[in-house]
Design a binder for this molecule. Structure first.
Ligand SMILES: NC(=O)C1=CN([C@@H]2O[C@H](COP(=O)(O)OP(=O)(O)OC[C@H]3O[C@@H](n4cnc5c(N)ncnc54)[C@H](O)[C@@H]3O)[C@@H](O)[C@H]2O)C=CC1
Ligand SMILES: O=C(CO)[C@H](O)[C@H](O)COP(=O)(O)O
Length: 298
Protein backbone atom coordinates (compact mmCIF):
# COMPACT_ATOMS: atom_id res chain seq x y z
CA UNK A 1 0.00 0.00 0.00
CA UNK A 2 1.13 3.56 -0.63
CA UNK A 3 0.33 6.59 1.54
CA UNK A 4 1.21 10.25 1.59
CA UNK A 5 2.24 11.83 4.90
CA UNK A 6 2.06 15.61 5.35
CA UNK A 7 3.77 17.03 8.45
CA UNK A 8 6.96 15.28 9.45
CA UNK A 9 7.70 16.58 12.94
CA UNK A 10 7.94 14.56 16.15
CA UNK A 11 4.81 12.54 15.38
CA UNK A 12 4.71 12.54 11.56
CA UNK A 13 8.21 11.10 11.31
CA UNK A 14 7.12 8.20 13.53
CA UNK A 15 4.11 7.57 11.27
CA UNK A 16 6.48 7.49 8.28
CA UNK A 17 8.95 5.13 9.94
CA UNK A 18 6.34 2.68 11.19
CA UNK A 19 4.52 2.58 7.84
CA UNK A 20 7.80 2.00 6.00
CA UNK A 21 8.82 -0.70 8.50
CA UNK A 22 5.56 -2.51 7.78
CA UNK A 23 6.56 -2.68 4.11
CA UNK A 24 4.36 0.06 2.67
CA UNK A 25 5.44 2.96 0.46
CA UNK A 26 5.40 6.55 1.69
CA UNK A 27 5.41 9.87 -0.16
CA UNK A 28 6.33 12.57 2.35
CA UNK A 29 6.03 16.36 2.49
CA UNK A 30 6.73 19.00 5.12
CA UNK A 31 7.09 22.77 4.77
CA UNK A 32 10.52 22.23 6.29
CA UNK A 33 12.95 20.91 3.68
CA UNK A 34 15.02 19.44 6.47
CA UNK A 35 12.08 17.37 7.74
CA UNK A 36 11.26 16.17 4.21
CA UNK A 37 14.90 15.20 3.71
CA UNK A 38 14.88 13.25 7.00
CA UNK A 39 11.84 11.26 5.81
CA UNK A 40 13.59 10.62 2.49
CA UNK A 41 16.61 9.40 4.44
CA UNK A 42 14.34 6.88 6.17
CA UNK A 43 13.14 5.56 2.80
CA UNK A 44 10.17 7.75 1.87
CA UNK A 45 9.79 9.42 -1.51
CA UNK A 46 10.11 13.18 -0.95
CA UNK A 47 7.53 15.51 -2.52
CA UNK A 48 8.27 19.15 -3.18
CA UNK A 49 4.72 20.30 -2.49
CA UNK A 50 1.17 19.06 -2.00
CA UNK A 51 0.44 18.90 -5.73
CA UNK A 52 3.55 16.81 -6.29
CA UNK A 53 2.53 14.57 -3.37
CA UNK A 54 -0.96 14.06 -4.86
CA UNK A 55 0.50 13.36 -8.34
CA UNK A 56 2.84 10.73 -6.96
CA UNK A 57 0.00 8.91 -5.17
CA UNK A 58 -1.98 8.07 -8.34
CA UNK A 59 -5.56 6.76 -8.00
CA UNK A 60 -7.25 6.08 -4.64
CA UNK A 61 -4.99 8.36 -2.67
CA UNK A 62 -4.48 7.74 1.05
CA UNK A 63 -3.09 10.76 2.88
CA UNK A 64 -2.18 11.17 6.58
CA UNK A 65 -1.96 14.72 7.95
CA UNK A 66 0.25 15.18 11.01
CA UNK A 67 0.53 18.97 11.05
CA UNK A 68 -0.23 21.22 14.06
CA UNK A 69 -3.96 21.49 14.80
CA UNK A 70 -5.74 24.61 13.53
CA UNK A 71 -4.70 26.78 10.59
CA UNK A 72 -2.13 24.31 9.23
CA UNK A 73 -4.85 21.67 8.71
CA UNK A 74 -7.08 24.16 6.88
CA UNK A 75 -4.18 25.46 4.78
CA UNK A 76 -3.27 21.90 3.77
CA UNK A 77 -6.87 20.99 2.91
CA UNK A 78 -7.41 24.23 0.95
CA UNK A 79 -4.62 23.16 -1.39
CA UNK A 80 -5.06 19.40 -1.29
CA UNK A 81 -8.88 19.22 -1.26
CA UNK A 82 -9.42 20.19 -4.93
CA UNK A 83 -6.93 17.48 -5.99
CA UNK A 84 -8.97 14.71 -4.30
CA UNK A 85 -12.18 12.86 -5.14
CA UNK A 86 -14.54 10.52 -3.34
CA UNK A 87 -12.29 7.45 -3.81
CA UNK A 88 -9.61 9.13 -1.74
CA UNK A 89 -9.10 9.13 2.03
CA UNK A 90 -7.63 11.83 4.27
CA UNK A 91 -6.68 11.07 7.89
CA UNK A 92 -6.10 13.93 10.33
CA UNK A 93 -3.96 12.38 13.06
CA UNK A 94 -3.40 15.63 14.98
CA UNK A 95 -5.21 17.08 17.98
CA UNK A 96 -7.93 18.90 16.04
CA UNK A 97 -11.15 20.04 17.69
CA UNK A 98 -13.87 17.49 16.82
CA UNK A 99 -16.23 20.16 15.47
CA UNK A 100 -13.52 21.40 13.11
CA UNK A 101 -13.17 17.84 11.83
CA UNK A 102 -16.91 17.62 11.17
CA UNK A 103 -16.73 20.93 9.26
CA UNK A 104 -13.67 19.83 7.27
CA UNK A 105 -15.27 16.49 6.35
CA UNK A 106 -18.12 18.43 4.77
CA UNK A 107 -15.80 20.58 2.68
CA UNK A 108 -13.58 17.90 1.11
CA UNK A 109 -14.83 15.37 -1.40
CA UNK A 110 -12.48 12.69 -0.10
CA UNK A 111 -13.57 10.53 2.84
CA UNK A 112 -12.34 12.17 6.04
CA UNK A 113 -11.12 10.24 9.06
CA UNK A 114 -10.45 12.14 12.28
CA UNK A 115 -7.90 10.16 14.21
CA UNK A 116 -7.00 10.86 17.82
CA UNK A 117 -3.42 9.75 18.36
CA UNK A 118 -2.03 8.90 21.78
CA UNK A 119 1.38 7.66 22.85
CA UNK A 120 3.66 10.60 22.08
CA UNK A 121 7.19 10.14 20.81
CA UNK A 122 7.44 6.89 22.80
CA UNK A 123 5.13 5.50 20.12
CA UNK A 124 8.15 5.23 17.84
CA UNK A 125 8.89 1.81 19.31
CA UNK A 126 5.59 0.83 20.88
CA UNK A 127 3.15 2.21 18.32
CA UNK A 128 0.24 4.52 19.08
CA UNK A 129 -3.30 4.19 20.32
CA UNK A 130 -5.56 5.47 17.51
CA UNK A 131 -9.17 6.60 17.99
CA UNK A 132 -10.75 6.94 14.56
CA UNK A 133 -13.98 8.59 13.41
CA UNK A 134 -15.47 8.61 9.93
CA UNK A 135 -16.93 6.39 7.20
CA UNK A 136 -16.53 2.67 7.76
CA UNK A 137 -15.25 1.93 4.23
CA UNK A 138 -12.48 4.49 4.64
CA UNK A 139 -11.50 3.05 8.02
CA UNK A 140 -11.35 -0.43 6.43
CA UNK A 141 -9.29 0.93 3.53
CA UNK A 142 -6.78 2.41 5.95
CA UNK A 143 -6.62 -0.63 8.25
CA UNK A 144 -3.19 -1.86 7.04
CA UNK A 145 -1.78 1.60 7.80
CA UNK A 146 -3.53 1.81 11.18
CA UNK A 147 -2.16 -1.67 12.04
CA UNK A 148 1.34 -0.34 11.31
CA UNK A 149 1.07 3.01 13.10
CA UNK A 150 -0.80 1.65 16.15
CA UNK A 151 0.55 -0.90 18.62
CA UNK A 152 -1.12 -3.48 16.33
CA UNK A 153 -4.70 -4.42 15.40
CA UNK A 154 -5.89 -3.85 19.00
CA UNK A 155 -4.31 -0.40 19.09
CA UNK A 156 -6.92 1.24 16.87
CA UNK A 157 -10.66 1.18 16.42
CA UNK A 158 -13.43 3.11 14.73
CA UNK A 159 -15.23 5.11 17.40
CA UNK A 160 -18.17 6.18 15.20
CA UNK A 161 -18.96 8.87 12.62
CA UNK A 162 -16.64 11.72 11.74
CA UNK A 163 -15.85 13.84 14.80
CA UNK A 164 -15.99 10.91 17.22
CA UNK A 165 -12.27 10.12 16.93
CA UNK A 166 -11.16 13.59 17.96
CA UNK A 167 -13.96 13.74 20.53
CA UNK A 168 -12.62 10.61 22.27
CA UNK A 169 -9.06 11.98 22.09
CA UNK A 170 -10.22 15.28 23.61
CA UNK A 171 -11.69 13.43 26.60
CA UNK A 172 -8.54 11.27 26.78
CA UNK A 173 -6.53 14.44 27.23
CA UNK A 174 -8.89 15.66 29.94
CA UNK A 175 -8.27 12.39 31.80
CA UNK A 176 -4.53 12.89 31.21
CA UNK A 177 -4.73 16.31 32.94
CA UNK A 178 -6.57 14.86 35.96
CA UNK A 179 -4.16 11.94 36.33
CA UNK A 180 -1.17 14.29 36.17
CA UNK A 181 -2.80 16.47 38.81
CA UNK A 182 -3.47 13.49 41.10
CA UNK A 183 0.12 12.23 40.86
CA UNK A 184 1.36 15.80 41.32
CA UNK A 185 -0.65 16.30 44.51
CA UNK A 186 0.42 12.96 45.98
CA UNK A 187 4.10 13.61 45.35
CA UNK A 188 3.71 17.19 46.61
CA UNK A 189 2.49 15.85 49.95
CA UNK A 190 5.26 13.25 50.06
CA UNK A 191 7.89 15.90 49.20
CA UNK A 192 6.58 18.19 51.95
CA UNK A 193 5.43 15.52 54.38
CA UNK A 194 6.79 13.93 57.53
CA UNK A 195 9.48 11.71 56.05
CA UNK A 196 12.60 12.39 54.04
CA UNK A 197 11.68 10.28 51.01
CA UNK A 198 13.40 9.39 47.77
CA UNK A 199 10.55 10.01 45.34
CA UNK A 200 12.15 8.01 42.53
CA UNK A 201 12.13 5.03 44.86
CA UNK A 202 8.48 5.67 45.79
CA UNK A 203 7.49 5.88 42.11
CA UNK A 204 9.49 2.75 41.27
CA UNK A 205 7.85 0.82 44.09
CA UNK A 206 4.38 1.99 43.08
CA UNK A 207 5.09 1.04 39.48
CA UNK A 208 5.79 -2.52 40.53
CA UNK A 209 2.41 -3.97 41.34
CA UNK A 210 0.64 -1.02 43.00
CA UNK A 211 -2.97 -0.18 42.15
CA UNK A 212 -1.89 3.22 40.80
CA UNK A 213 0.90 1.98 38.46
CA UNK A 214 0.77 3.52 34.97
CA UNK A 215 2.85 4.99 32.15
CA UNK A 216 2.42 8.48 33.61
CA UNK A 217 3.78 7.12 36.89
CA UNK A 218 6.74 5.62 35.01
CA UNK A 219 7.30 9.12 33.62
CA UNK A 220 7.20 10.46 37.21
CA UNK A 221 9.91 7.93 38.09
CA UNK A 222 11.97 9.08 35.09
CA UNK A 223 11.48 12.74 36.08
CA UNK A 224 12.71 12.18 39.67
CA UNK A 225 15.64 10.10 38.38
CA UNK A 226 16.70 12.75 35.86
CA UNK A 227 15.86 15.94 37.78
CA UNK A 228 16.21 14.83 41.41
CA UNK A 229 13.65 14.34 44.16
CA UNK A 230 13.06 18.13 44.35
CA UNK A 231 12.73 18.38 40.53
CA UNK A 232 15.78 20.67 40.45
CA UNK A 233 15.35 23.64 38.13
CA UNK A 234 12.03 22.55 36.61
CA UNK A 235 9.82 25.67 36.76
CA UNK A 236 6.37 26.03 38.34
CA UNK A 237 4.79 26.59 34.92
CA UNK A 238 2.62 24.27 32.81
CA UNK A 239 2.07 25.20 29.15
CA UNK A 240 -0.52 23.95 26.66
CA UNK A 241 -4.13 23.54 27.70
CA UNK A 242 -6.27 23.66 24.57
CA UNK A 243 -7.55 20.08 24.66
CA UNK A 244 -8.33 20.32 28.39
CA UNK A 245 -10.20 23.56 27.79
CA UNK A 246 -12.29 21.90 25.08
CA UNK A 247 -13.06 18.99 27.43
CA UNK A 248 -14.29 21.34 30.14
CA UNK A 249 -16.30 23.42 27.64
CA UNK A 250 -17.99 20.28 26.34
CA UNK A 251 -18.71 19.04 29.87
CA UNK A 252 -20.33 22.39 30.75
CA UNK A 253 -22.43 22.28 27.61
CA UNK A 254 -23.56 18.69 28.32
CA UNK A 255 -23.97 19.42 32.06
CA UNK A 256 -21.62 16.58 33.00
CA UNK A 257 -19.60 17.28 36.18
CA UNK A 258 -15.85 17.01 35.60
CA UNK A 259 -14.42 18.75 38.70
CA UNK A 260 -11.07 16.92 38.62
CA UNK A 261 -10.37 17.80 34.99
CA UNK A 262 -11.46 21.39 35.58
CA UNK A 263 -9.26 21.65 38.67
CA UNK A 264 -6.24 20.35 36.75
CA UNK A 265 -6.86 22.86 33.95
CA UNK A 266 -7.26 25.71 36.47
CA UNK A 267 -3.98 24.74 38.13
CA UNK A 268 -2.29 24.99 34.73
CA UNK A 269 -3.68 28.42 34.07
CA UNK A 270 -2.74 29.50 37.60
CA UNK A 271 0.83 28.35 37.09
CA UNK A 272 1.37 31.03 34.45
CA UNK A 273 1.00 33.94 36.85
CA UNK A 274 3.90 34.77 39.15
CA UNK A 275 1.67 36.54 41.64
CA UNK A 276 -1.94 35.34 41.65
CA UNK A 277 -4.34 38.28 41.99
CA UNK A 278 -6.94 36.22 43.88
CA UNK A 279 -4.40 35.15 46.52
CA UNK A 280 -3.06 38.71 46.88
CA UNK A 281 -6.62 39.97 47.37
CA UNK A 282 -7.32 37.25 49.96
CA UNK A 283 -4.13 38.34 51.77
CA UNK A 284 -5.45 41.95 51.85
CA UNK A 285 -9.02 40.95 52.78
CA UNK A 286 -7.86 39.02 55.85
CA UNK A 287 -6.51 42.34 57.08
CA UNK A 288 -9.84 43.97 56.21
CA UNK A 289 -12.03 41.60 58.23
CA UNK A 290 -9.66 40.47 60.96
CA UNK A 291 -6.75 42.92 61.07
CA UNK A 292 -4.49 39.94 60.29
CA UNK A 293 -1.05 41.03 59.20
CA UNK A 294 -0.67 41.78 55.47
CA UNK A 295 2.24 39.86 53.98
CA UNK A 296 3.99 42.30 51.60
CA UNK A 297 6.48 41.71 48.80
CA UNK A 298 10.05 42.66 49.64
N1 LIG B 1 3.82 15.55 20.39
C1 LIG B 1 2.92 14.75 20.95
O1 LIG B 1 3.16 14.11 21.98
C2 LIG B 1 1.57 14.57 20.32
C3 LIG B 1 1.14 15.40 19.30
N2 LIG B 1 -0.11 15.22 18.75
C4 LIG B 1 -0.61 16.08 17.69
O2 LIG B 1 0.04 15.73 16.47
C5 LIG B 1 0.15 16.89 15.63
C6 LIG B 1 1.63 17.08 15.26
O3 LIG B 1 2.35 17.21 16.46
P1 LIG B 1 3.97 17.16 16.51
O4 LIG B 1 4.49 16.18 15.54
O5 LIG B 1 4.28 17.02 17.95
O6 LIG B 1 4.32 18.64 16.01
P2 LIG B 1 5.72 19.16 15.43
O7 LIG B 1 5.70 20.63 15.67
O8 LIG B 1 6.84 18.36 15.98
O9 LIG B 1 5.62 18.87 13.86
C7 LIG B 1 4.70 19.51 13.01
C8 LIG B 1 5.30 19.49 11.61
O10 LIG B 1 4.33 19.97 10.70
C9 LIG B 1 5.01 20.80 9.75
N3 LIG B 1 4.02 21.69 9.16
C10 LIG B 1 3.41 22.75 9.75
N4 LIG B 1 2.53 23.30 8.87
C11 LIG B 1 2.61 22.57 7.75
C12 LIG B 1 1.94 22.65 6.50
N5 LIG B 1 1.01 23.59 6.25
N6 LIG B 1 2.29 21.76 5.52
C13 LIG B 1 3.22 20.82 5.77
N7 LIG B 1 3.88 20.70 6.94
C14 LIG B 1 3.57 21.55 7.91
C15 LIG B 1 6.08 21.50 10.55
O11 LIG B 1 7.11 21.99 9.70
C16 LIG B 1 6.54 20.38 11.48
O12 LIG B 1 7.60 19.62 10.91
C17 LIG B 1 -0.43 18.06 16.44
O13 LIG B 1 -1.77 18.23 16.11
C18 LIG B 1 -0.29 17.58 17.88
O14 LIG B 1 -1.21 18.18 18.74
C19 LIG B 1 -0.92 14.19 19.15
C20 LIG B 1 -0.53 13.33 20.13
C21 LIG B 1 0.72 13.46 20.82
O1 LIG C 1 -2.13 14.99 22.97
C1 LIG C 1 -1.09 14.94 23.57
C2 LIG C 1 -0.84 13.92 24.61
O2 LIG C 1 -1.91 13.05 24.73
C3 LIG C 1 -0.03 15.96 23.26
O3 LIG C 1 1.14 15.78 24.00
C4 LIG C 1 -0.56 17.34 23.36
O4 LIG C 1 0.37 18.22 22.77
C5 LIG C 1 -0.83 17.77 24.79
O5 LIG C 1 -1.20 19.11 24.76
P1 LIG C 1 -1.77 19.92 26.01
O6 LIG C 1 -0.88 19.57 27.18
O7 LIG C 1 -1.67 21.33 25.59
O8 LIG C 1 -3.18 19.49 26.18
Amino acid sequence: MQIGVVGLGRMGQIVVNRVLDAGHDVVAFDLSEEATAAAAGAGATPADGLEDLADRLGEEKRIWLMVPAGDAVDATLDELGPLLDDDDVVVDGGNSHFEESVRRAETVEAAYLDCGTSGGPAGAELGFSLMVGGPEWAYEAMTPVFDAVATGPDGHDRMGPVGSGHYVKMVHNGVEYALMQAYGEGFDLLANGRYDLDLESVAKTWNNGAVIRSWLLELCEEAFREEGTDLGTVADHVSGGSTGTWTVQEALEREVPVPLIYQALAERFGSRDDARFSRRLANRLRYGFGRHEIVREE
